[in-house]
Design a protein around this ligand. Structure first.
Ligand code: SPD
Length: 361
């Protein structure tokens, strides 16, 4: 396995109220947080621009002169913000690509945040990682070669490892800091890297896929962050074309596809690109993840031309794979019933995303 920079992960704060982010660069602590520190030094462990009065919010910004200047305006979900109470900030750093934050919450365990957006919490990560891995892998018989794009926390690798038919797992993650932070703070996810079938590539997935031999993979799983910053290219047509090329005939893609409550236009765009690019089946499925905006997250599943793939009912049910439901730890969310149910779509979604109108059930 490649990887491991040996870079330290500690974040030290200096006397003048600046934070060393672990890369040697200093970052000013917002004035509202400084004010809180002055009146209650024990709050020091809760100081970050996304944390106000001990609560983390995906949309918090406190760059103003007083704590009153907090506002809620993430362009992807304007006008709303989910908040989590912070027990302690465990790590803050800045990689070449993004800001990385880890904190201990009072009700969801440890939380990984990239560029101010929750990527996972210890309590509900099972739902996302299990679904994004098993929806595709249980939809084809005996998957052998799998590629993960993103997924640097290792959770998706952990889930793929349950499939003993799989012989080779490539993972292409752009940000080494995400891998290092996960190994340090989320060992129950990073355990995925320990599987000897895993080969880690740290770099840009678009370049990686361009140099991938045609038809190499049975399944590709795109576990990206939201399409702002480093993941922007991952919702564009050229990216889907390189994925389709890298899949064997009848191979499958499962791509993180946002919340149906918040980003129907993006879902529509992704599905229409996939309809042009993939000549097999195209489906949308979803799962409940309480700490993602609106509490749900979706997945686009596609297959290339070749042996037909019927995603709705698993042809490779997890319950029939020896040891799979208990490998490393018990499955907590996914089962074959949940698999089929995940493709049932609310009426408003079928209406707004016209291409989903024919999604059977
Ligand atoms: N809105 C957040 C979407 C995050 C998707 N990626 C999560 C990474 C977990 N492996």
């Amino acid at each position: 396995m490649e990887g491991g920079t040996g870079r330290g992960l500690e974040c030290q704060k200096t006397m003048d109220g600046k934070a060393n982010n672990g890369n040697g660069s200093e970052k000013a602590i917002p004035s509202c947080c400084l004010k809180a520190r002055a009146s209650a030094p024990e709050l020091d462990a809760k100081c970050h621009s996304t944390v106000v009065s001990g609560w983390f919010s995906e949309s918090h910004s406190c760059s103003g002169k007083t704590s009153k200047k907090v506002y809620f305006n993430n362009p992807m979900w304007p006008g709303e913000a989910h908040t989590l109470e912070v027990k302690e900030i465990l790590y803050k750093g800045k990689s070449e690509y993004q800001e990385v934050l880890v904190f201990e919450s009072t009700s969801y365990g440890k939380v990984l945040v990239l560029d101010g957006i929750v990527q996972l919490t210890e309590k509900d990560e099972c739902a996302y990682q299990e679904m994004i891995a098993h929806l595709p892998l249980c939809s084809i018989p005996s998957p052998k070669t799998v590629l993960v794009v993103g997924g640097g926390d290792g959770g998706v690798l952990r889930e793929i490892s349950r499939h003993s038919s799989v012989e080779h797992i490539d993972i292409c993650e752009i940000d080494q800091m995400v891998i290092d932070v996960s190994k340090k703070f989320f060992p129950q996810l990073a355990v995925g890297f320990e599987d000897p079938r895993v080969r880690l590539h740290v770099g840009d997935a678009v370049d990686f896929l361009r140099s991938t031999p045609e038809g190499k993979y049975d399944a590709i799983i795109v576990d990206s962050s939201d399409p702002v910053g480093p993941a922007q290219e991952l919702v564009e047509k050229p990216f889907f074309e390189t994925i389709a090329r890298a899949l064997r005939p009848g191979g499958v893609l499962c791509n993180m596809a946002e919340s149906m409550w918040l980003l129907t236009h993006l879902i529509q765009d992704m599905i229409s690109i996939c309809c042009e690019t993939f000549k097999g089946s195209i489906r949308y499925a979803w799962a409940s993840v309480p700490t993602y905006p609106s509490g749900v997250i979706g997945f686009v599943l596609c297959s290339t031309e070749g042996p037909p793939v019927e995603f709705l009912n698993p042809v490779n049910p997890i319950e029939k794979l020896e040891g799979a439901t208990k490998h490393k730890r018990e499955l907590k969310y996914y089962n074959s019933e949940v698999h089929s149910a995940a493709f049932a779509l609310p009426t408003f979604l079928k209406k707004e995303v016209s291409l989903l109108q024919d999604q059977g059930r």
